[in-house]
Ligand binder design. Structure first.
Ligand code: NAP
Length: 307
């Protein structure tokens, strides 16, 4: 029987593990197939407090894991395949084996949705990004392209005009899903050029290990052309990783966990941390803070129950 099983090993899960381990709870962390979460696909992190020179994303998340292990956190590779949260102890199926837990912290994150182009995956961290807040700074005076037609795309395009010499916003249709105020703001920004009815067919240049341009196609006219680009930002939404918990944990229409105050979910003893609940801030530092909150809630609950 585990005191706490932490599902996910990104910034939120690993920070929860540091706190839970230092509270002598011997947490079990299920690392997930994408151990390290979003930070593991980020290059340089310059906005995590405490690192004046910046820190490499995978290095940062690995350091938090080592910190948790130093205090006794145990990590298992793999993912939660099924969960039975109907009664305590909770039961989680991990790599075919059921484990029991007094409490659970869900820190499974939200994965960025990608276009699915082969070169896109190879160039993530080398000019392809899903986070303007994280990576915009690297494109000062450079040509930037954003793809998407929702609020995120509008927000990212606007934000990126602080850095880029120009920002092209590519969207597959001629109308936007984004809210009117966000569209109006983007349209009023002289640095943003709209490419509507346009899809991205390829991203170059894997050989140089950096983004140099894209191939575009206008779906209305069939015209195909290439355009020079230094930074390519994909803003086509995120997918919260809540599948094994659906139907038990309250989620909103997009699958994000609905908070019941602090780090609490609708099930007493099951807590959330990080991007799996947060569709707004999505930062390493906010995820770390959320992991801390969840671990403190676990500690207090177990203490009150006499464990
Ligand atoms: P979203 O609203 O789901 O929009 C995703 C956009 O990406 C859509 O325009 C969609 O095109 C496009 N898209 C999806 N798959 C694509 C593909 N394979 N190829 C090309 N384009 C693709 O996602 P979001 O913008 O991340 O917003 C998510 C939620 O957060 C929304 O509720 C939003 O209001 C909220 N949000 C709010 C703010 C704010 O208020 N400041 C900021 C960011 C996000 P189609 O339209 O053609 O389907």
């Amino acid at each position: 029987m585990h005191n706490v099983v932490i599902v996910g090993s990104g910034c939120a899960g690993n920070t929860a593990a540091v706190y839970a381990a230092r509270a002598n709870l011997k947490p079990l962390v299920v690392s997930g197939y994408d151990a390290g979460g979003q930070l593991s696909i980020t290059s340089e992190v310059e906005n995590f407090p405490g690192f004046p020179e910046g820190i490499n994303g995978p290095h940062l998340v690995e350091n938090i894991r080592k910190q948790a292990e130093r205090f006794g956190a145990e990590y298992v590779h793999g993912a939660v395949e099924e969960a039975d949260l109907s009664a305590r102890p909770f039961r989680l199926k991990i790599e075919g084996e059921w484990k029991e837990a007094r409490t659970v912290i869900i820190a499974t994150g939200a994965s960025a949705r990608w276009l699915g182009l082969p070169n896109e995956q190879r160039l993530i961290g080398h000019g392809v990004s899903s986070c303007a807040t994280c990576d915009g700074f690297f494109y000062r005076g450079k040509k930037i392209m954003v793809t998407g037609g929702g609020d995120s795309a509008m927000e990212e395009a606007n934000f990126l005009t602080r850095f880029g010499s120009e920002v092209a916003l590519v969207h597959r249709r001629d109308s936007f899903r984004a809210s009117k105020i966000m569209i109006d703001r983007a349209k009023a920004n002289p640095k943003i050029k709209f490419l509507l009815n346009t899809v991205v067919e390829d991203i170059y240049d894997v050989k140089q290990a950096t983004v140099t341009g894209v191939k575009l196609r206008n779906v209305a006219t069939g015209e195909v052309w290439e355009q020079d680009v230094d930074g390519f930002f994909v803003a086509i939404g995120h997918i919260p990783n809540t599948k094994p918990f659906r139907g038990q944990i309250d989620t909103d229409e997009d699958g994000y966990i609905v908070s019941h105050g602090g780090a609490r979910t609708n099930i007493p003893g099951v807590f959330h941390a990080g991007d799996v609940q947060d569709r707004i801030y999505r930062q390493a530092i906010t995820a770390a803070g959320a992991g801390c909150m969840a671990a403190i809630e676990v500690e207090r609950l177990l203490e009150a129950e006499g464990h």
